[in-house]
Design a protein. Sequence first.
Lengths: 536, 271, 315
Amino acid sequence: MRLLQIENLSVAIHGTEILKQVSFSIDPGQILAVTGESGSGKSMTALAVMQLLPNGAKTEGSIRLEGQDLLNCPEAEMCALRGASIGMVFQEPMTALNPVKTIGDQVMETILIHKAMSHAQARERAKEVLTRVGLPSDQFSLSRYPHELSGGQRQRVVIAMAIALRPKLLIADEPTTALDVTTQAQILDLLKGLVEEYGMGLLIITHDLAVVSDLADRIVVMRHGEVVESGATAELLHNMQHPYTRMLFEASNHQVTLPQPPQPRPLLEVKNVVRDYRLPRKRLFGVPGQHRAVNDVSFTLNRGERLGLVGESGCGKSTLTKAILGLADVQSGEIRLDGKPVFSGHTPNRDVRRKVQVVFQDPYGSFNPRHRVARLITEPFYLLDAPPTGAERQDRIDEILAAVGLSPNDASKYIHEFSGGQRQRIAIARALIIRPELILFDEAVSALDVSVRAQILDLLAELCAAYDLTYLFISHDLSVVRTITDRVLVMKAGRIVEHGETEQVFSDPQHPYTQSLIQAAPTLPEIGRSMAKPIC
Amino acid sequence: MRRNLILGATLSSLVLLAALISFVWTPYDHAALNIPSKLQPPNSQHVFGTDHFGRDMFSMIMVGARTSIAVALVAVGIGMALGVPLGLTAAARKGSWLDEVIMRGNDLVFAFPSLVIAILITAVFGAGAINAIIAIGIFNIPVFARITRGAALSLWEREFILAARVSGKGAARISAEHILPNVANLLIVQGTIQFSLGILAEAGLSYVGLGAQPPTPSWGRMLADAQTMVSFAPHLALIPGLAIIVTVLGLNLLGDGLRDWLDPRIKVARA
Amino acid sequence: MLRYALKRLISLLISLVVASVVIFAVIEVAPGDPASFMLGVNAQEDTLAALRAELGLDGSKVQRYLTWVGGMLVGDFGTSYTYRTPVSQMIADRLWVSLPLALYALTLSTLIAFPAGIYAAARRGKPGDLTVMGATQLGIAVPNFWFAMMLVLIFAINLRWFNAGGFVGWDNGFLAGMHSLTLPAIALALPQAAILARVMRSSLLDILGEDFMRTARAKGLSRRQALWRHGVRNALIPVLTIVGLQFSFLLAGSIIIEQVFYLPGLGRLVFQAISARDLIVVESVVMLLVFAVITVNFLVDLAYAAVDPRLRSRT
């Protein structure tokens, strides 16, 4: 008998089909990864197993846990199964825990709600599982509150809650998506170890194919609510049947060819930049502490060069970005663009500002929802002394929209009419319209699905050729930085720990931190890479 | 959920219409005394009956609607005109001394409920509609300042504001161009709610004699006059009371309906 | 925690000082001289001067402000212009009506609103929810003094269960006192309960959409268990603010309700004082009300910290 057997599962929510005829199964001790882009229905599949679908959901087909039909299981029996026989780990560790209860209480609750043990035993078990997930009780007492822990630590608590009663099946929905790459590697190791130790089945849901191929025994690829392909990992990777699967793997490791950078001529010079933040006082009359977000950072970006900046969250890369953009002053050091300081005195220098533009991460938050595209992308004209008007303005709009692969008709639309990838094109159009000397890409492709991300990377390569772009590409995603930059800076705790030619740094990292980053990043196997078509 | 919007809009415009028509026509002269026909219950001549001076209640309600709406509307206007800029400024200068001063000032005004402000004002300057407007209006300022600041703060975190800053736009321009249009829905909805609270506050103030003074008719004072006669002429209290309830209910439903229609995520402050 | 409390306390003291300055300044600009108002137009200049000295009306503004504030700190609120009795004593007598009334109403309002709000949230969109929401929509629209008149009409005049007005005094026993405050308290409480129930419901609905509620369900908690164990306490955080604000509304509202029931509370005192231009009484009562509001909000801030560990450790 299979541990979990899903047969012809269909789900509709208020009449909209979300899942169509989904079938797969998991055996004890097996790791099965469900993968696909957003909207593929992978998370809904997990919620269907838990019977925690949103209101108004109608299900057909069957889901069996060791033969027991979950779809027709009464709610009271489902409650008895959840947490005891099936555990679940969610994507967002920052919000998955109740902020007003201690971690000990929350782990113990799983045990106590199922009346599995006495209070004292439950306490012991909570200590035990928290230690097992890497939070030993001498350092992380049960009386801690979630806000006192980091994201990775909170995810460990969530895992501890899910495994406290040693469930037969563990479901993990994008468990590492919100985490840094080194933390991700630790959490994935932990999950893998737990599967071996407890003999659980693990249903992991992730969009990250590198994670999938590293971890899973079997893979299920989904698209628009349907399973397009499934099979044992090695087999599926060697012999992809469906064009969508092939496209997905190709896009995940998309390579672009950048034009040769010109002779080095400095454009952006960052010299010994320091930025401190005041911390809240620890004691009432104590001296407030300082957090040095950027610590003595110096680098030069040459004209026509594509520079990468990688680092994990909190390393100071966003503070540095804001300083270069002239949005936040620095305490000491100097940032010069084209020989002129970004800040003259404490006010941003307008002449410098018009030479730099930015593309942000969030394709949804980057635009005022009440303005039309024409107004959105011409906002930087405000920086010009004589902004183009009338026909000239219209020409500029048409030209730039065409350059990013949109049509001139799009100028009169509102932002909500566009998809995430299209919005990122509009963001690039906005950054390009005044032909800045330098563009900052701040995690600009991180929120996009892999296929869309590949298209945007292609667009960037095209624009590099057409407009001689100079940019600083800030990202936590090593594989993207590797293909889209000429040189790279590695930042850790406010300092640049390593810099050099991108290929050189990636193939032969010198600093231990860089080595650990590259080590931790999951990689697609060569087989996936060989499927990739060369880019012309 | 369009039902709230339609019902609310209908009730509100009914009251507004009555107030407007009263400028050109009422069934009787609302101030004309007619002692012989005093204290009549509702009948075919006087649909809402007559009061202890024989005045036609329907006409008085129509004219009273004018007072209520004028006081509440101007008070909301004061609250928005001063509160919204304060809230925008506080958000634009988040964490600065200016933000601190504005927010502490707000807290301070919040410590004086509108009735207490009215008591202070009337104690010093005497009772009257203008002073009622000021009392309710002052109390509206922190309400609008607070919700504007709250909504604006979350907008300032958004990347489109960063993009505007990268385009060299200053805080004032960003507030006008990007923040204000995006809090407009919230202000409309909250404005409707404050309007209804203003109607209630005006009625309360006139009831205790701190609002509009005779001969200006007002619903609150009609209730005060009715109090000693409620046992033998309950319609004197019922009708102005129902007028207030219909108006406030209409505005509240309108507010809720507008919220559902414009943006269901809007949080309305009711206090 | 201590730092948080101390910070709130400092902010409370600043608010009180600023409020007292504002009140004093407003009363200062009042036209007319209380002494000549009291003695009439024909009074002799030396009699006036003597009276001014007695009432503490001579001296500079700063001096008088300091005397007023200093007096209040030791419980001396000055002497009433009209009754020539200590204001503190007049206020104390009235406070024994107004304060119990406000607390009684607050208790009723909370007792009605919390269950109603939780019930409605738990049954979102179902008939139970719609009924509660409809009732609260009506409750918000009803002016409390009109509601009070209707209560008098029904329960005092027709059914004769209660007196139509007046206060028997606490000398007749606690229950008798509470009995004569019951109708006023209900009149005050119900409209406030309607607001509070709506806030409770929407706050709880927000929490029900949080990720950690789904986590709780994934642990095996039933809908109801998740609501009670994880929902209510988190939902209380915004609700507490409203409870704090409501206290000030109830206190102010009691001023109006006292008029309906002829209760000898602060409201009656204030209106008598206004008509007699007894500004020192008005000044002191207003200051007292503001003091109560600011103090209650301070207590609410402390209650936050008790509910929310994030506040406790931030400081």
